[in-house]
Design a protein around this ligand. Structure first.
Ligand code: GDP
Length: 420
């Protein structure tokens, strides 16, 4: 009861624009730091002959985590009255992209930090590209170090205009621009009186305004078939419910073969319990009224909420293979329980994941490159757009026996969602 909801936020920004300081301040102001961390930072700052560095707080925090239970060191937590926050401090783009695309880090929202004094840098723009690639739409732009420009409204507006134009061109529409001084704590947890011209909220109050995605159980039903067992003369379809809920009597659609039937029973393997509803996260066995030939890889949904069924998909992928990803070679694609031969029909854009620079030669995708490619599968598969369902909008590519890449289904324009 009263379990607080959790929102994961990634913080990106050009190096030295103040990422760590913003995060450090948020942890400090919400009293979320481990005991002793503040004293330790005071000591370190003094030893280095520097003023108190909020950025060092992160190091202290991470050290603490390493000693304790295994928590991912790049995830920092704090909470407000409203909810729990997990801050994903992306150490590098490569790691971040890999984690996001593989599902290890599901950030729903993002803060993009820009140094008001230095202005928008190439890196800031590339971060915009990452957000657009991953379909993250909940974005605030934080204009930091306002103290260095005398809290100038004019300068803030100029940065806002330029960044907005750029991000909009990528179909990213920031919800807010917040002028702050992380170092001095202006507009972080408390509203600053240095910028009376700003009528918005400080960061802490603003992030509470991010609207959380619907929970998995609220989304359309997705039950990928894992196996079909024969048991007491009945065929039991087994699988894990990736999203949504199901109920005995529901009219369901089995894709891509597009068979319609109804759920007869829901069974549990573990305790032989019978029940009449089940929801996201549960592994269930079900029986259906019409005993068609069903097989592993098919996806059960409700009748009017079919996934995208196609053999051509536009995707964004992160490549980890030792060999390059190339066109006209056979690979295997795996997505939930689906497995199918596939090939790349076009490589539309390649980006070096470390520098985030576009690579001219788009004839192949090398290790640690991110690419926008079009894939054709041998037979039709079912997908959702990553944006609407992360579990069924994601896949991995297998080359020989090795998983060599992971990706997400992106552009809906390119998908042929034919309905029979
Ligand atoms: P990161 O590389 O983006 O994590 O940047 P840091 O948080 O490490 O900050 C880089 C430097 O900028 C540090 O020396 C900070 O003290 C300084 N800094 C961060 N925020 C502010 C600010 O609001 N005002 C001023 N004057 N300096 C800041």
């Amino acid at each position: 009861e009263n379990v607080k909801e959790i929102l994961k936020i990634v913080v990106v920004g050009h190096v030295d624009h103040g990422k760590s300081t913003v995060i450090g301040r948020l942890l400090y102001d919400t009293k979320s730091l481990p005991e002793g961390a503040i004293d330790r930072v005071k000591r370190i700052s003094k030893e280095k002959g520097k003023p108190f560095e909020y950025a060092y707080l992160l190091d202290a925090f991470e050290e603490e985590q390493k000693q304790g239970i295994t928590i991912d060191t790049t995830q920092l937590q704090f909470h407000t009255e409203k909810r729990e926050y997990v801050i994903i401090d992306a150490p590098g783009h490569k790691e971040f992209l890999k984690n996001m695309i593989s599902g290890a880090a599901n950030a729903e929202a993002a803060l993009v930090i820009i140094d008001a004094n230095e202005g928008i840098q190439e890196q800031s723009k590339r971060h915009g590209y990452i957000l657009s690639l991953l379909g993250i739409q909940k974005v605030y732009v934080i204009v930091n170090k306002m103290d260095l420009i005398d809290y100038s409204e004019q300068r803030f507006n100029a940065i806002k205009l330029e960044m907005n134009q750029f991000l909009n061109s990528l179909k990213v529409y920031p919800l807010r621009y917040i002028p702050v001084s992380a170092f001095l704590g202006e507009n972080i947890a408390l509203k600053s009186d240095k910028m009376p011209w700003y009528d918005g909220s400080p960061i802490l109050e603003s992030i509470d305004m991010f609207e959380k995605d619907k929970g998995l159980e609220e989304k359309p039903l997705r039950l990928p078939i894992q196996d079909v067992y024969k048991f007491d003369n009945r065929r039991i379809i087994a699988g894990r419910i990736e999203s949504g809920r199901l109920r005995v009597g529901d009219e369901i659609l089995i894709s891509p073969s597009r068979k319609l039937t109804r759920i007869k029973t829901i069974e549990y393997w573990t305790d032989n319990d019978k029940r009449d509803t089940a929801e996201a996260g549960m592994s269930v066995g079900i029986t259906v009224e019409d005993e068609f030939f069903n097989k592993r890889g098919e996806i059960i949904t409700h009748k009017d909420e079919a996934p995208v069924i196609s053999d051509v998909f536009k995707v964004n992928l992160f490549w980890m293979g030792r060999n390059n990803l190339v066109k006209d070679k056979k690979y295997k694609i795996k997505a939930v329980t689906q497995e199918m031969e596939c090939e790349v029909v076009s490589i539309d854009r390649v980006i070096d994941a470390t520098t985030l620079e576009a690579i001219e030669d788009a004839s192949r995708v090398k290790t640690n490159d991110v690419a926008e490619v079009t894939i054709r599968t041998k037979e039709k598969l079912c997908f959702d757009q990553f944006k609407s369902n992360q579990n069924t909008g994601r896949f991995v590519i297998v080359d020989g026996y090795d998983v060599c890449g992971g990706g997400i289904v992106s552009g809906v324009e390119a998908l042929t969602n034919e309905v029979s």
